[in-house]
Each structure stands twice: as structure tokens, then as C-alpha cells.
Unconditional design. Structure first.
Length: 152
């Protein structure tokens, strides 16, 4: 999809605060409320806007222990890959999972309360998934940058 300057600005504004009213957006973009509504609908219908979410403060909800886990499967067969991906999608502690190139097969971003909760997650959930050959975990010391916004 090709975006004009208004689409780009509209998407930027929605990424900053998706709860803004169409009226507020229309004032910022010098367009009618109807024009804003139509543009947003077009972006939604074309799959550019896929969802609206509330971003939570990790500390306020006591889930600020962030871990990145590298996962290596024992084999790279389609069956093992599909089974792992299905099972990891069921783990609520896993915020993100990427199939990656390099020494490991997957990179997970895991969010839990503390080290004790992470150990419990590893022992009772993650390592119970069949076909995991090895894991390597790294813990976040400080969050330097975190954004969900995509610059267009």
C-alpha cells in the first residue's frame, strides 16, 4: 500500500495514542472527522492497522524480569519446528518468539515476576517441550529503548 503524507502522520499519531478521537485527529491533520474515519477504516481494511492495544507498565503489574532465551532444537524437521511453535504459543510468559538464523533456532522474550518465577517457567514449562536440544538465557539489566512505533 502506498501512503501519502497524511496517512503517515495519521499512523504516527495513532501509534502515539490510539485512543485519540477522530475529532482530535481531524484538528491535528486539518481534515474533516469523516475523512479521518474513512482513512482509518481504509488502513484497517487493508491490514495496515491490525489491532489496538493497551501497553502496560511492567513494574506496575509486577512482571519486570525480562529474559531473552535462545533455543536450539535437536532436529530441524518440519514436525519438530511446527510442534515447538505450537507449544511455545501456549506459554503466557513468552511475549515474543522469533525463528532465527545462526547458532540457535529461536529467540524468545520472556516476562515474569522475578528469578524464582523464571526458574519455575524454565523447569515446569519451557524445558518440557519436546525436541529442545539446548537453551541459553540472558537477563535484562536495563531497558535502554522500547518502542512499538514503526516509522514510515
Amino acid at each position: 500500500m502506498i501512503f501519502d503524507e497524511i496517512d503517515r502522520k495519521l499512523l504516527q499519531l495513532l501509534q502515539e495514542d490510539s485512543k485519540q478521537t477522530n475529532k482530535a485527529l481531524s484538528l491535528k491533520l486539518n481534515l474533516s472527522v469523516t475523512a479521518i474515519y474513512e482513512r482509518i477504516k481504509k488502513l484497517e481494511n487493508n491490514g495496515v492497522i491490525s489491532n489496538y492495544v493497551a501497553l502496560l507498565d511492567k513494574e506496575e503489574v509486577e512482571k519486570n524480569f525480562v529474559t531473552f532465551c535462545h533455543i536450539k532444537l535437536v532436529q530441524h524437521s518440519q514436525d519438530y519446528v511446527m510442534k515447538f511453535e505450537k507449544e511455545v504459543n501456549q506459554l503466557e510468559e513468552v511475549l515474543e518468539c522469533y525463528h532465527i538464523s545462526g547458532d540457535y533456532d529461536y529467540l524468545l522474550k520472556v516476562l515474569v515476576k522475578d528469578m524464582k518465577a523464571f526458574r519455575e517457567f524454565m523447569v515446569k514449562k519451557l524445558t518440557k517441550i519436546d525436541h529442545i536440544g539446548s537453551t541459553h538465557s540472558m537477563f535484562m539489566i536495563n531497558e535502554v529503548k522500547h518502542t512499538t512505533a514503526i516509522t514510515l
